[in-house]
Design a protein around this ligand. Structure first.
Ligand SMILES: Nc1ncnc2c1ncn2[C@@H]1O[C@H](COP(=O)(O)OP(=O)(O)O[C@H]2O[C@H](CO)[C@@H](O)[C@H](O)[C@H]2O)[C@@H](O)[C@H]1O
Length: 523
């Protein structure tokens, strides 16, 4: 397929096309309007959260909305269409190749955030998680499902779908949204993309010949574009074609340019970094993470209110059937996947118990890790409690009730759990990697260990035991951790800078005649 064929495809796709023009070649009236940003995500804590991306997708668009007209786009999973909010019909999004047509609706959330919903029951209204079938395996048609999401985002930036709103910039998140950057590039559309890598390890790899069903032109399949060792990589569409790449901490931004953390994409990422097109912006946490006012807790508490903290601790012990104990309470709140190093926690658990500590775990993920944890709880009844599942309330009670959070991640792009734990007075014990390095000050707001070995991890746990016994130091560390504010108002500043720069470059503001005269005269 040559480039004119691509353009023809696009014409067929969008009907009356603007030939790459965009209303954001702002005239003087429009330049006073806020720039329009579409935040595209496969999950959001407003409806359904699998991990940290869900939190970011609920918080970051809100943080940006003071300066930009930010809207969110998400697939119409049962938890979205059935959330109890009215679904307002917006328009239809045309099909492309094997990607079916779908309906575009919107939900106006009570606080004013507008969410575009892809209503496509055949793709999204199923039991299971956004990414996995109930048997824990990837959905067979994930390429079409997230091709549909990516295509919808690109269509909205190309003026298709909502006659009243066209995105000036797409903010794409992880591989399920990455193909949008490709579509805009192949259709020669001017709207720029920011592509945020929340986790480079998940890349969206599919057989190369799936490109036909996704409407990807064959010339886009070279190794310098979407091919990755004989597969079609969604992730690469974002890495190659987005105008700006970001990831969620400064340390991880550096790490992914190395062989150890680059997942085979380090060369490409190095190139993009050298072009100034890759940077790290740390995540924040939202205001609901406040131990004084969190309604999930048995009792709110603040810095130095150690009785309040202890009440939450006793409550947590009861919740998990643990014995009364004066030793420290360790905790894990995690997706149960290789990345999170739960195998190290399992290996260290016996020594925690032998030293007089206890452990509570909440997590869900790989069946082998789930069953290893169940076995652990069965071996140490009254000292180790495990919940296999996902519960926001229980997670918050764990952060509030525990003394230490275990986070021996093999890699960690940013990590939110350690920030939540710190805020709730639980000191993280974490591997010195990625965002954990940027958010934990060793011996001050938590503990870091250097090597990904049980010995190195146990040495950090032993340091935690001795700090626990030195009450003044322990409380001082707790206070220091609780005092840190990872606010979105801080992280939103560099994002705003990026958004503005990219939009202004793509759609230069038109200078009014009288303004330009004033400029000339004042010189
Ligand atoms: N069983 C359970 N029940 C209740 N809550 C649970 C839970 N298991 C996990 N959670 C919650 O899910 C979130 C996990 O977020 P993280 O950022 O720590 O890791 P995750 O790997 O999912 O995110 C990826 O994306 C984020 C966002 O950019 C990066 O911070 C991170 O490094 C990257 O790996 C936290 O809010 C945690 O409390």
């Amino acid at each position: 397929m040559g480039s004119s064929a691509i353009t023809n495809d696009f014409r067929a796709l969008v009907g009356a096309v603007r030939d790459g023009s965009h209303p954001s070649s702002y005239d003087e009236e429009e330049s006073s309007q806020r720039r329009r940003v579409l935040f595209v995500t496969p999950e959001s804590a407003d409806f359904i959260k699998v991990g940290g991306l869900g939190d970011v997708s609920a918080a970051l668009p809100r943080a940006m909305s003071t300066d930009f007209d930010v809207r969110v786009m998400i697939p119409g999973y049962p938890q979205v269409v059935g959330a109890g909010y009215p679904l307002i019909e917006v328009g239809r999004l045309p099909a492309l190749a094997g990607i079916p047509e779908c309906e575009l609706a919107r939900i106006d959330l009570p606080d004013g955030l507008i969410v575009y919903v892809l209503v496509c029951p055949e793709l999204f209204e199923r039991e299971g998680s956004p990414y996995l079938a109930p048997d824990g395996r990837d959905w067979d048609d994930n390429h079409i499902r997230f091709g549909r999401l990516s295509l919808a985002a690109a269509q909205l930036a190309a003026g298709v779908g909502d006659p009243a709103w066209q995105a000036d910039l797409l903010h794409l998140n992880d591989w399920p949204t990455a193909l949008a950057a490709g579509y805009l590039h192949w259709w020669k559309q001017p709207a720029p993309c920011v592509f945020t890598i929340h986790n480079l390890a998940y890349q969206g790899l599919f057989p190369l010949d799936y490109h036909q069903s996704l409407g990807i032109p064959p010339e886009a399949l070279g190794t310098d574009q979407l091919e990755f060792y004989g597969n079609l990589s969604f992730m690469k569409a974002g890495l190659v074609h987005a105008e700006q790449l970001t990831t969620v901490s400064a340390t991880y931004a550096r790490e992914i340019t190395t062989e150890e953390f680059g997942c085979g994409l380090e060369r490409l990422l190095r190139e993009r970094a050298e072009q100034g097109r890759l940077c790290g912006i740390a995540n924040g946490i939202d205001d609901t993470w406040d131990p004084q006012s969190d309604a999930h807790l048995l009792r709110g508490f603040g810095t130095s209110d150690w009785i309040g903290k202890r009440i939450n601790c006793e409550h947590l012990r009861q919740m998990f059937g643990l014995a009364i104990c004066h030793g420290p309470l360790f905790a894990v709140v995690s997706r149960l996947v290789h990345q999170k190093g739960v195998d190290l926690t399992i290996a260290a658990a016996e020594s925690i118990v032998r030293k007089g500590g206890q452990l509570v775990v909440i997590g869900r993920g790989e069946p082998s890790i789930e069953s290893a944890l169940r076995n652990l709880a069965a071996r140490f009844p009254g000292a180790i409690g495990v919940r296999v599942g996902f519960s926001e309330r229980e997670a918050r009670c764990i952060f509030a009730g525990s003394d230490f959070l275990l986070m021996p991640s093999r890699f960690e792009p940013c990590g939110l759990s350690q920030m939540y734990a710190q805020r709730f007075g639980s000191l993280p014990i974490a591997h010195r990697t990625g965002g954990l390095v940027d958010t934990i000050e060793d011996g001050v707001t938590g503990f870091l260990f250097d090597r990904m070995t049980v010995e190195s991890f146990k040495a950090a746990i032993n340091r935690a035991f001795s700090v626990y016994r030195t009450t003044d130091l322990f409380y001082a560390m707790r206070r220091a951790a609780m005092g840190i504010h990872y606010h979105w108002s801080v992280s939103s500043v560099p994002y705003a800078h990026l958004y503005r720069g990219l939009i202004d470059r793509a759609f230069p503001p038109v200078v009014r005649k009288d303004e330009s005269k004033t400029l000339v005269n004042s010189n």
